[in-house]
Design a protein around this ligand. Structure first.
Ligand SMILES: C[S@@+](CC[C@H](N)C(=O)[O-])C[C@H]1O[C@@H](n2cnc3c(N)ncnc32)[C@H](O)[C@@H]1O
Length: 345
């Protein structure tokens, strides 16, 4: 059987197709090629069903919404995230593993899951419901874009998993509060970030939503780490073109700068818009052609991590501010319409 045949899911009724699709995806480990093909398949099929035309999108599907804690990307932008195969597959695998663990931890409870920033294709909910069934899991889906929610609803009905979705909430995840008497969520999923936690509201959303997790609940992603490293990107590109390119050979780690976890975020609630980050001594570079970059590592769940260059969220970001070696730099994270890590002095 050719690789293409192996990756192609046989036509079946939509619910069955999605169940086969997700089971296959869960079985591929460390497989960026197959993941990319399969996630593109999910994207193409789903866009057809919800009437999202990538080549000729409506105006409303192309508009980002600027919030006080960062940019919420457009309906089309959110849909396009799906075909970053390693990102989508590792998040689906992380959610799958978290649900298995939560079922052990809360054996007699229906698991309540909040998926904040579901976009129009809700790829971290619909395949999961197709896999586990709708009986013992109850999702609330939230997005700032009404049109994304409407499309996700159409898609959920198409795949026959709409019964697993309890609430459809249009609003800002950084300000959302569940109704009075709500017992909290066992699992909260929110991927509203870019590399180096810049521009999008992941930090503000994590600060707000982490207070609604039940004790021993799970937030996905579990951890995001930003670090400062010297990096010679030109030399690495050259090596990549010549069949090499192991990132460690071209980087010189300096220090961890900032970490986001739900536990840390909970502690920042009510603080100002400035969150203190690391104070760092900058050594001279071992490679004189290297520059200072911020690297982003994401612990999706447990042993599932996304590292440098695995997807757009892990692209290294070159420091704009010129910092010379043998100086001390103090960082902080700023929450505003364009959030990000900044240098205090
Ligand atoms: C990066 S996309 C992710 C889409 C989808 N969850 C996925 O994983 O492929 C982010 C989505 O979150 C939504 N979003 C971003 N910030 C938000 C906020 N503060 N409140 C509600 N929705 C938000 C955007 O509208 C967009 O649909």
């Amino acid at each position: 059987m050719s690789m293409l045949e192996e990756l192609t899911i046989p036509e079946a009724n939509p619910g069955r197709w999605l169940g086969l699709w997700v089971d296959k995806l869960l079985n591929y480990k460390d497989a960026p090629g197959p993941w990319q093909f399969m996630c593109r398949d999910y994207f193409d099929r789903s866009c057809k069903i919800v009437g999202l035309d990538e080549q000729n999108p409506n105006e409303v599907d192309r508009v980002d919404t600027m919030l006080s804690s960062g940019k919420a990307i457009s309906s089309l932008g959110a849909a396009q995230c799906t075909w970053q195969g390693s990102r989508t597959a590792k998040f689906i695998q992380g959610v799958h593993q978290a649900i298995l663990d939560l079922q052990q931890r809360f054996p007699s409870e229906t698991l309540r899951v909040l998926y904040a920033g579901c976009g129009p294709l809700a790829p971290l909910a619909l395949p999961i419901l197709a896999h586990f069934g709708c009986e013992n899991i109850s999702f609330d889906l939230l997005d700032i874009h009404e049109s994304s929610l409407a499309r996700a609803k159409t898609l959920a009905a198409h795949f026959g998993v709409e019964q697993g979705i309890h609430e459809w909430i249009c609003g800002d995840a950084a300000a959302f509060t569940p109704p009075d008497g709500h017992p909290g969520y066992h699992l909260i999923i929110s991927e509203v970030m870019q590399q180096a936690l810049q521009n999008e509201p992941q930090v503000a959303v994590t600060i707000n939503l982490s207070q609604f997790l039940v004790e021993d609940g799970v937030f996905i992603p579990e951890r995001i780490q930003l670090s400062l490293q010297y990096y010679n990107s030109g030399a690495r590109l050259n090596a990549t073109l010549n069949g090499g390119g192991d990132i460690e050979q071209f980087t010189q780690p300096i220090a961890d700068l900032f970490e986001l976890t739900p536990t840390l975020a909970k502690g920042w609630a009510g603080d100002s818009e400035r969150i203190p980050a690391a104070k760092v001594e900058i050594p001279p570079p071992n490679d004189p052609k290297a520059s200072l970059y911020i690297f982003t590592e994401i612990q999706v769940y447990d042993s599932i991590w996304l590292g440098a260059y695995e997807c757009s969220l892990n692209l290294p970001v070159r420091m704009k501010k010129k910092l010379s070696d043998e100086t001390e730099a103090e960082f902080y994270y700023e929450i505003n319409e364009k959030p990000g890590l900044r240098v205090l002095k």
